[in-house]
Design a protein around this ligand. Sequence first.
Ligand code: SAH
Length: 233
Amino acid sequence: MKQILIDCLNKIELNLIQEKINQLDYLIDLTLEKNKVMNLTAINDENTFIDKMIIDCVFLVKFFDLENKSVLDIGTGGGFPGLVLAILCPNTRFTLIDSTSKKIEHVNEVKDKLGLTNVNAFACRAEEFIKQNREKFDIVTARAVKNLQILLELCSSFIKISGHIISYKGSGYKSELIDSQNAINVLNLELIKEVKYQLPLSKEDRYLLEFKKNKSSSSIYPRNYNQILKKPL
Ligand code: SAH
């Protein structure tokens, strides 16, 4: 058991049952081990990984209630935040997608090793996955996936009316928000919550942005990826 993980959880005042701490501990080992042979994260140092990946992902549950919801994590990579949140919220159903199949293979391995029964992971692009999953989810999460303007187009069609997008962001988020004004309008979204928090070891600031979908948007969204990149909303 990594003492630093326990110290960080204490610092952010999150009390977890022992089983969840054990699962987080195991997730750290499995990710850093696999990171030696494939690129899951740029971070290799264990303490930095705990601070900037694990605890960063964990913070969401301090501010948002995911209990009994259906959550889609888009561009989950090695399972961030999807696997972390699935450990913390066993009664919530998580769907994780990423366009890189090797990352999803790893996510499925970890899911089995941790015994997580509330996770389904698919190797699929968001623009493809939408075909069977329009307005299916209560919440979409995304961390370190594109800029906000592009991300909102990728995410918004997956959520039900009155559903929410929760995006993890760094300090550049204010200018991303300005650039996203048109996307927010066109997609019938509304920014309803901005949360600032501090990572316990690096002391760096991070942000969570929550958008609500007030009504359906046109079924042309998300457009194909080239168009999204070439002509962002
Ligand atoms: N969320 C993870 C990974 C971020 S890297 C983390 O915080 O560590 C961004 C990931 O998004 C990559 O793994 C990439 O494969 C995936 N991605 C980018 N565009 C995508 C799309 N259109 N559909 C699905 N996944 C996408």
